[in-house]
Design a protein around this ligand. Sequence first.
Ligand code: NAD
Length: 354
Amino acid sequence: MKTYKIAVIKGDGIGPEIVDEAIKVLDAVAQKEGFNLEYNEYLLGGSAYDVFEDPAPEETIKGCLNSDAVLFGAIGGPKWDNLPKEKRPESGLLKLRKSLGLFANIRPAIIFDELINASTLKPEVIKGVDLVVVRELTGGIYFGEPRYKDSNKAYNTMIYTRDEIERIAHIAFKEAQKRNKKVTSVDKANVLEVSELWREVVNEVAQNYPDIELEHMYVDNAAMQLIRDPKQFDVILTGNIFGDILSDEASMIVGSIGLLPSASIGGKVGLFEPIHGSAPDIAGQGIANPIATILSAAMMLDYLGEHKGAKRIKEAIKSVLKEGYRTKDLAAFDAKEVVTTSEMGSLIAEHASN
Ligand code: NAD
């Protein structure tokens, strides 16, 4: 029987609650589909700082590098907000991503018909939306040097090299080949030289994918089009800062931040996590929505080649939502029964075992 080594990082706040539910569901699927998952737990973020005074201990990085995939909850919280920047939980996650070489962040935004009323947009605008944002994760303005700040002046530098653009563009075109065969590359080429190069290189990479339709869009227009007519998009390819903003915007089309998974790939080991943070305001209350993390686990199974298992999870979530079960974040919208984090996980695991 095939065994996959999974590094588990539960993290802070609601992290442990939601990851436990994802593991519950994964175990049910593994048993049904006939594979094994061997979990090894590691600390990162605030919980790692509390033990090691380091938000990304070497043991965690090594453990992740020695695994087939990383399942991640969320990190951060007010307890660690006043630490120096390099000791803060967020620095731990940035270091882990960098160490694993995770230069591509993939965030799908899929509408569940059962939750169509949870979005702030009109049902006719969002019904059938199925898009994915492919965001460059380790370059651009967040990492560019020089960077500087004094009390009168501050600056950052947006840098992309040809190699960095090429590799993320390939990921986006390959993603489109599995989907609806369209890539929208988002930049600000009317103003920024770095975007001019981005556009040139994406055009060159596109020559390798004659089956894929490519369009370019300025980021300001893309922000508007996402709300006006999100169905026009299939794969959105973009850099680090534009992708950060657009993927959060895309997430709200779906209704709750508690529904959206993500995959960070490109290196030896992929990392799978919900897009939301550690939600300290609701931690420990049993009301967090575990679906984003459970969907992240489904993306992890796809990454490992266990496509039937991944499908099983998605179908199970649909069935549970169809039956009217909702966690508190979605309870205002047509809930038949409001359930806890753990009850939601158990219901999905039960359906996934059928
Ligand atoms: P957040 O995503 O944690 O929470 C935003 C709002 O959404 C809160 O009201 C929260 O209760 C709600 N929410 C989030 N996830 C939910 C879920 N699964 N179910 C129900 N409701 C949910 O963002 P924030 O409040 O800005 O940040 C809190 C902490 O998380 C900060 O320390 C931040 O740095 C950190 N953070 C971590 C990550 C990560 O680990 N990748 C990402 C974003 C923020």
